[in-house]
Ligand binder design. Structure first.
Ligand SMILES: NC(=O)c1ccc[n+]([C@@H]2O[C@H](COP(=O)([O-])OP(=O)(O)OC[C@H]3O[C@@H](n4cnc5c(N)ncnc54)[C@H](O)[C@@H]3O)[C@@H](O)[C@H]2O)c1
Length: 270
């Protein structure tokens, strides 16, 4: 086990270790889908993982799978929209893992509604989980990141819906565009301390979140037809780029968003 790279090592990464084992990573929404795949991908390279989810059974299941890969892992039932709960939950994660030098915000809700049906409840529920929590949790991670070292990094999950509009997803589009704004702001603030902040914008990924859309006749087929790679993604295919952005392999990447959509937004508006 090694610590995060020194500033000099960050400037000249030479180890090629995708996970930089040693410092723990907090993954919100780690009880399912992209968050779970990310926790497992990090465990595969030896990084301890703290898994937060409002679904405690899902978080427990992910943590059991991480431990089976030989890493220290910690599950917590946390509603990321409850800002008052974050400080204690961060302290518990640091206690359990010994350090926190990474953060992936994968907790999310779709808040599916056109503007015709939008109301305060849908708006707040979507924005508070997808967007506000990204900033509030990041704020609480500054002290543990300082202890972990200058290689610490954040990856926020946006979406291609953060880059383009979608009739059915008014609040979701707002939240995911907002995530990119928060990411850029945090990147400037965190860089002062040697930390990096980036975002990933997935296209369609096979997870429980997309099950209702995939149940619509022809939805998946039409999407795959319009996608240059002619298919949708697995959660693993999003987790690996996230792991890369957390690692010293990405030591000069900050303030960036990485689109992982099989080419969809390169060739068409959604
Ligand atoms: N699936 C896709 O096609 C897709 C595409 C682009 C972006 N994304 C984004 O990826 C992220 C992960 O989504 P997913 O597809 O894995 O969905 P998912 O539904 O499988 O996982 C989301 C997880 O977040 C958890 N969660 C929801 N509200 C929470 C809260 N208040 N506190 C703590 N945890 C909470 C859920 O319990 C669930 O385990 C989300 O931000 C989503 O918007 C997904």
């Amino acid at each position: 086990m090694t610590d995060n790279p020194s500033p000099a090592a960050s400037a000249h990464p030479s180890t090629g270790r995708l996970g930089d084992p040693g410092t723990g990573v907090l993954v919100t929404g780690g009880g399912s889908g992209i968050g779970r795949a990310t926790a497992l991908a990090l465990a595969d390279v030896g990084r301890p993982v703290a898994v937060w989810d409002i679904d405690s059974a899902g978080a427990d299941e992910t943590v059991a799978a991480c431990r089976a890969r030989g890493v220290v892992a910690h599950a917590a039932s946390v509603d990321v929209a409850d800002s008052a709960a974050i400080a204690d939950a961060v302290a518990a994660a640091v206690d359990a893992l010994g350090s926190l030098g990474g953060f992936v915000h994968a907790a999310g809700v779709s808040g599916a509604a056109t503007v015709d049906d939008i109301d305060d409840a849908i708006w707040d529920a979507t924005l508070n989980v997808n967007l506000r929590a990204a900033a509030i949790i990041s704020r609480h991670l500054l002290p543990p990141f300082r202890s972990a070292g200058p290689g610490s990094a954040v990856v926020l999950i946006s979406s291609i819906e953060g880059l383009f509009g979608s009739t059915m997803l008014t609040a979701y589009c707002a939240s995911k565009g907002g995530v990119l704004g928060v990411m850029r702001s945090l990147a400037q603030r965190f860089a002062v301390e040697g930390f990096r902040v980036n975002a990933v914008c997935p296209g369609a990924v096979v997870t429980p979140m997309l099950e209702p859309a995939f149940a619509l006749p022809g939805f998946r087929e039409q999407l795959e037809e319009r996608t240059p790679l002619q298919r949708v993604a697995t959660a693993d295919e999003i987790a690996r780029p996230i792991r890369f952005l957390l690692s010293s392999e990405a030591s000069f990447i900050t303030g960036a968003h990485l689109t992982v959509d099989g080419g969809l937004t390169a060739v068409t508006a959604i």
